[in-house]
Design a protein around this ligand. Structure first.
Ligand SMILES: [Zn+2]
Length: 343
């Protein structure tokens, strides 16, 4: 299987992060790349640099207003006397019904959901290359590869059409799905990250051509809190095209695989032409977020079950944070996927 990654994706290096109000080092570190590259290589992947696809595939899911913000906000922020070294919002609209602010501080609050996604000089370029890795993986699958892996970092699934959040700026899984739509009538996105894929859900919530399914720790007491509940089923023409499968905290392999069986059933009933897997490895029992208890062999079983759908598949890296087994968990997933395809 080919794995797509560009060196520019290492440059985004966020420092700030508030956890339960307390300043902590941001866990979305460039070091994740080294672990994930090692994991992909150990699974037999060839690492390939993506092409620069321009803003087109990104603008297909994000508003021009937001992309202009992402590209320019850092330079504007640095002109504010006494401003922080990274763009971090300190005020948010309680609803989006008001006016669009002209100031950098106002726009940061409008376009950033939380404090976990600080923007620096390198952020926009890194995020574009991360998205282009997803586009190149989609291109590989559209050209006949049964599966391709995009080592997307920074990750994407918490980014809405015009909002960054939770370490995410450009929604790589959504970009891949929208790109696949050029040749696929229906695309399913299966999100197995520890956290609900709220941005992805939001982007496709009113659409019947992209099914979104997410398995994650119950948001009743877990990020992203406001989304990911079982009663969120889509709206308008998209009603019935979103499925959330929240799991009790610390659920392990068996509970996860049960939810995955439900997810597979819904995906089969949708009869998609292609699949995007939003692959978070933070459901791991040893991940610093500690939300679920999937084991390393569990990731192989999850991959085998997904491969059993028999769909052309783009695997997009989402979360999964620094711990000894991060690379091994990716090897387990990609290896499990590859083995299942050979059967
Ligand atoms: Zn996550």
């Amino acid at each position: 299987m080919k794995a797509f990654f560009a060196d520019e994706q290492r440059r985004h290096d966020p420092k700030a992060f508030l956890s339960s109000g307390a300043p902590q080092p941001n866990p979305e570190k460039p070091e994740r790349v080294e672990r994930l590259l090692a994991g992909a290589r150990a699974a037999g992947c060839e690492i390939v640099r993506p092409r620069d696809f321009g803003l087109g595939p990104i603008a297909a899911v994000h508003t021009p207003e937001y992309l202009e913000f992402l590209e320019n906000i850092f330079a504007r922020w640095r002109r504010i006397e006494g401003a922080s070294a990274e763009v971090i919002p300190n005020i948010h609209p309680i609803a989006r019904g008001g006016s669009y602010p002209a100031s950098a501080v106002g726009q940061a609050g409008y376009h950033m959901a939380d404090t976990a996604c600080p923007i620096s000089a390198e952020t926009f370029d890194s995020a574009c290359w991360s998205a282009w890795s997803a586009v190149e993986a989609a291109e590989a699958v559209m050209s006949g590869a049964p599966a391709a892996y995009a080592l997307c970092r920074p990750p994407g699934h918490h980014a809405f059409a015009d909002v960054a959040g939770g370490f995410c700026f450009i929604n790589n899984s959504a970009v891949a799905a929208e790109h696949l739509r050029k040749s696929a009538a229906r695309v399913a996105i299966l999100d197995v990250d520890l956290h609900h894929g709220n941005g992805t859900q939001g982007i496709f919530y009113a659409r019947p051509d992209v099914l979104t399914v997410s398995i994650h720790a119950d948001p009743v007491r877990f990020y992203p809190f406001f989304w990911g509940h079982a009663d969120e089923r889509g709206e308008g023409p998209g009603l019935g095209y979103n499925l959330n499968l929240p799991l009790t905290r610390k659920s392990g392999d068996e509970r996860f695989l049960e939810a995955l069986a439900t997810a597979r059933q819904r995906i089969r009933a949708f009869a998609p032409d292609a699949l995007v897997v939003a692959l978070g490895l933070d459901a791991f029992e040893g991940d610093p977020f500690g939300g679920l208890s999937v084991t390393t062999p569990g990731f192989s079983r999850i991959a085998e079950a997904i491969a059993g759908l028999g769909l052309p598949t783009v695997i997009v890296q989402e979360g999964g944070y620094l711990c000894d087994a991060l690379g091994d968990n990716l090897t387990a997933f990609l290896g499990g996927y590859g083995n299942a395809l050979k059967v």
